[in-house]
Design a binder for this molecule. Structure first.
Ligand code: IPD
Ligand code: CA
Ligand code: CA
Length: 247
C-alpha cells in the first residue's frame, strides 16, 4: 500500500505540474449539458496519468472520467479525475485538483487529491489515517447545525439542480454559511481537514468521490451515499444533515 501511495502521489504531482502550465487558449467541448465542459488539458492530464500507471503497473485496471477504461488483471483498479473543478481551471480560479484512487475488492485502498493552486496534497491509506502535506487530519466534531460551515456543489444537469435548490433552501436559514469552492474532491478533503464542517452534493461520480471519501473517513468523518446524494461530516453533524436532507 505504501508503494501504491507513493506512485499515486508522484503521478498526481506530475499531472498537477502539467496542468499548472496552463495554455492561454483552452479549447472546450461540452458533455452532459451545455455548461458541462472538458478542455484539452483534462484529456492531456488523463493521458499522462494513464501512461504513468501502465508503465509502472501494466496489469492494473483504470476508470477515468475522460474515457480511460481498462479491466484489471491484478485486482487493483485506479479511479481518476484528471481535473476535478474544470470550471475553476477554465476561469483560472484556484482550487481545482487531480484526484487519484486505487481500489481493490473491498473498496478504496489509497487516495490522493492534489490541489497545487492551494498548496494542498491530501493523502490516505486505508486504516492508516489521513494527511495534508504530511500533517495528520481530523474532522470537526461535534458541530451543531447553526454553527456549521457547509460546502456544496451544483450539478450540470437542470433536473438535478432543481432538487439541489430545495436542499439549499432547506438549510440556508439554519447554518453559519455555505461555500461553493468548485472541486468536490477538495470540498470533501476540507471536511477531513476541518476547513469546513460538512458537505453534501447530488450527482457525484465515482471519480469525484473515490480518493476524497477515503481521506475523509480516515480523518474520522462519516461519508454516506443515498442514491444521488452524498453527505460528509463529523458524526454529530452528519446525523443532523442526514435527518434534514433525507426528510
Ligand atoms: C465537478 C466538480 C464540482 C461539482 C460537480 C463535479 P468536474 O467535477 O467536482 O465541484 O459540483 O458536481 O462534476 O466536472 O470539474 O470534474
Ligand atoms: Ca469531477
Ligand atoms: Ca473532471
Amino acid at each position: 500500500m505504501d508503494e501504491l501511495l507513493e506512485l499515486a502521489i508522484s503521478i498526481a504531482k506530475r499531472a498537477g505540474a502539467l496542468l499548472q502550465e496552463r495554455p492561454s487558449q483552452l479549447s472546450i467541448d461540452t458533455k452532459s449539458s451545455d455548461i458541462d465542459i472538458v478542455t484539452q488539458m483534462d484529456r492531456a492530464s488523463e493521458k499522462l496519468i494513464v501512461e504513468e500507471i501502465l508503465s509502472a503497473r501494466p496489469d492494473d485496471g483504470i476508470i477515468g472520467e475522460e474515457g480511460a477504461d481498462r479491466p484489471s488483471k491484478s485486482g487493483y483498479t485506479w479511479v481518476i479525475d484528471p481535473i476535478d473543478g474544470t470550471v475553476n481551471y477554465f476561469y483560472n480560479m484556484p482550487g481545482w485538483s487531480v484526484s487519484i484512487a486505487v481500489k481493490d475488492q473491498s473498496g478504496t485502498v489509497v487516495g490522493v487529491v492534489y490541489a497545487p493552486t492551494i498548496n494542498s496534497l491530501f493523502t490516505a491509506i486505508r486504516g492508516g489515517g489521513a494527511f495534508e502535506n504530511g500533517e495528520p487530519l481530523k474532522c470537526n466534531n461535534p458541530i451543531e447545525l447553526n454553527r456549521a460551515l457547509i460546502a456544496t456543489g451544483f450539478h450540470y444537469v437542470e433536473s438535478i439542480r432543481s432538487q439541489q435548490i430545495a436542499q439549499f433552501n432547506k438549510l440556508i436559514l439554519n447554518i453559519r454559511d455555505y461555500r461553493r469552492n468548485g472541486s468536490a474532491a477538495v470540498d470533501i478533503c476540507h471536511v477531513a481537514a476541518g476547513v469546513v464542517d460538512g458537505y453534501y452534493e447530488m450527482g457525484l461520480k465515482e471519480w469525484d468521490l473515490a480518493a476524497a471519501e477515503l481521506i475523509a473517513k480516515e480523518a474520522g468523518a462519516i461519508v454516506s451515499i443515498h442514491g444521488e446524494l452524498t453527505i460528509a461530516a463529523g458524526a454529530h453533524l452528519h446525523g443532523i444533515l442526514s435527518g434534514q436532507l433525507l426528510d
